[in-house]
Design a protein around this ligand. Sequence first.
Ligand code: PLP
Length: 372
Amino acid sequence: MNITSFNPPRRILMGPGPSDISPQVLQAQSRPIVGHLDPLFVGMMDEIKFLLQYAFQTSNPHTFAVSAPGSAGMETCFVNLVEPEDKVIVCINGVFGQRMLENVERCGGEAVVVEDSWGEPVSISKVEKALEQHPDAKVLAFVHAETSTGVASDAQALCALAKQHHCLSIVDAVTSLGGIPLKVDEWGIDAIYSGSQKCLSCVPGLSPVSFSQAAIDKLTKRKTKVQSWFLDQSLVMGYWSGEQKRSYHHTAPVTALYALHEALLSLYNEGLEVSWQRHADFHQQLTQGLSELGLELMVDESCRLPQLNLVAVPEGVDEAALRARLLNDYNLEIGAGLGQFAGKAWRIGLMGYAARQENVTLCLAALNDVLK
Ligand code: PLP
């Protein structure tokens, strides 16, 4: 077999993630390797922690990045905070709520499912009812920004309900972090995870996570060992949150963490509010342009995510063929619909570095061309 170096073209990523990455973040990843316990690297990890606390708006000391993708961040929250027979209220309004349910079941938890239609936010009144009917529930879990549908749920109201009913909250912020308002301490979130590859515009494969004191207390008081050695936070804390000397837990993905440092620094320098507004502004511009092309958004304006737009495929259009043309002729990637939206919708992402003028202009021009 004649194999040569892999040299991909420069694609413009406007799907559900991974998103576009800035040249600075890509360059950061190619800097010289250092050991993962090198004092310089450990100092950089402290800065990542500070920058993540900023991004999450939290002072939680246990705030760090799992060395694996968003699904591992999800699993980190469940395996540490759900013990066998714990009752967990799981909200499902798309693919990722369903994945949360899988996690609860695999932890031996007893799931109480609150279901909403795909394309709708998690219903506050249904969750309130479930909490009233199950006063023994220990955890409430939901997805803040459902990437499969482009819907935002009211994380602040849901976490307030969890507190009122003495439940810990587990929040999926894979697509929300950096793209829409998210305030971990102010909203009383207990365990939250995100992904590096969405609105942070970093390389995929890292999952920022933060645990409140209540979450740490639950972990400390466990009667059983966490079933995953790698994700057991009582062990990981010695590496990421050690008060004294950092001790070896696993070999950190050194250069991917350089990239995360750079991506978080760029968010810090821009400012969270400015980033949220930038996503909202380009979403407005995209929406306007799509409507001029006769394309409709499928999610109600009241709960639309600016960073993930669910667009109805017009009658008679071969959606896969159109996406292939965008990729081949314009190097532009948009996403297909998932589940019940497969074949009926596209998902156009405006995440992080992709939420900028060049991308919106190109996307609208390319769509105009291929729809002719
Ligand atoms: N949760 C949400 C809302 C997501 O969008 C994704 C990925 O798209 C995940 C979890 C899983 O993340 P990963 O694919 O990085 O494992």
